[in-house]
Design a protein around this ligand. Structure first.
Ligand code: HEC
Ligand code: HEC
Length: 279
């Protein structure tokens, strides 16, 4: 009912003069794009023995991230988000509050996802609600520590899509999860004064561990010496200029679906990160 009403109002607004503020309404195609390059399915899908996403359960939860089970994001009424409104999804994504009052804990990246614009958050919600429901029951991991709290976000304006500082930053920081993995922690908190400096340890597929790289211009062995094309190849194919493979912790095949324009914005923004020297 609520959604239908909102869509009706959105329809009405379209017939009003262009100076009227647009009401955010979900765009399913945009939502699909954001979920892909936001690597939501990288965490929210179960994987086979070769660490590949199980296609029939894409986004249906049952993966593990940071020691927690990932929930089913398809609109199945029993085991997924079927009973959630789109506003509930936006609230969980940006503020980490579920309809039952519980908190969504890290590594779900609320710290960065609170930056999703109204339009994009609504689009993600609309896309998730448009998926075919997949029945996949995932037990929520028990609560062992208090979840971090952040100031409540009700409204986030659209970034300027023509400005690398605005939209490039948004893609790097909010949407594509880059800075979540590539920013060190200080006293358990994400230390944005060293954004992109790396140094976090991740479990490598197939065993062992790997440390996230310094992706600021302050790394003389990293992107500072690479051309834009080489940085793009690293992100979308997992290949360094010396042909060495980057350990498969990043979901290269999902990043490969970024539009060329967005990839250019993202790389442009990486070049403007304050240089942090780590060795
Ligand atoms: C790094 C892994 C990771 C990524 C990437 C990730 N999530 Fe999550 N997400 C989680 C985990 C883990 C939980 C459960 C946290 C808990 O149990 O408190 C969760 C919980 C959620 C919930 C709450 C659902 C419920 O039933 O409780 C929603 C909604 C959600 N994520 C949406 C998204 C969307 C949309 C994206 C992409 C923009 C995304 N997530 C990306 C790990 C991730
Ligand atoms: C899940 C965590 C994670 C996410 C998300 C992630 N990275 Fe990485 N990234 C890593 C790790 C770990 C390495 C180091 C792998 C290795 O040493 O082989 C790495 C390596 C790199 C490298 C190679 C750097 C070098 O000097 O060799 C680049 C460039 C890079 N990441 C950029 C990005 C960008 C841009 C994004 C977002 C689009 C991103 N990463 C998202 C974990 C992540």
């Amino acid at each position: 009912m609520k959604i239908t009403l909102r869509r009706m109002i959105a329809g009405l607004l379209l017939s009003l003069p262009a100076t009227m503020p647009a009401l955010a309404a979900g765009d399913v195609a945009r939502g699909k794009y954001l979920v892909t390059i936001g690597i939501c399915e990288g965490c929210h899908s179960p994987r086979d023995a070769q660490d590949r996403i199980i296609e029939s359960k894409r986004l249906a939860g049952g993966g593990r991230a940071g020691g927690l089970a990932t929930p089913n994001l398809t609109p199945d009424a029993e085991t997924g988000l079927g009973t959630w409104s789109e506003a509930d999804v936006v609230e969980a994504l940006r503020n980490g509050h579920r309809p039952d009052g519980s908190a969504v804990r890290p590594p779900m990246g609320i710290f960065f996802y609170k930056g999703f614009s109204d339009q994009d958050a609504e689009s993600i919600a609309a896309y998730l609600k448009s998926l075919a429901p997949v029945s996949n029951k995932v037990e929520r991991s028990p609560v062992t520590a208090a979840a971090p709290t952040y100031p409540h976000v009700d409204h986030v304006a659209e970034p300027d899509h023509r400005d690398p500082q605005s939209y490039g930053r948004y893609l790097t920081q909010t949407v594509s999860h880059c800075l979540q993995c590539h920013t060190p922690r200080k006293d358990g908190q994400i230390d944005l004064t060293r954004a992109g400096a790396g140094g976090n340890t991740y479990r490598a597929p197939g065993g062992g561990s790997v440390v996230s790289s310094n992706i600021t211009p302050g790394n003389p062995d990293g992107i500072a010496k690479w051309t834009d094309e080489q940085v793009k190849t690293a992100i979308t194919k997992g290949l360094r200029p010396d042909s060495g493979r980057i350990v498969d912790v990043m979901d290269f095949s999902l990043y490969a679906q970024m539009t060329p324009e967005d990839l250019t914005m993202l790389v442009g923004y990486l070049r403007t990160l304050p240089a942090v020297v780590t060795k």
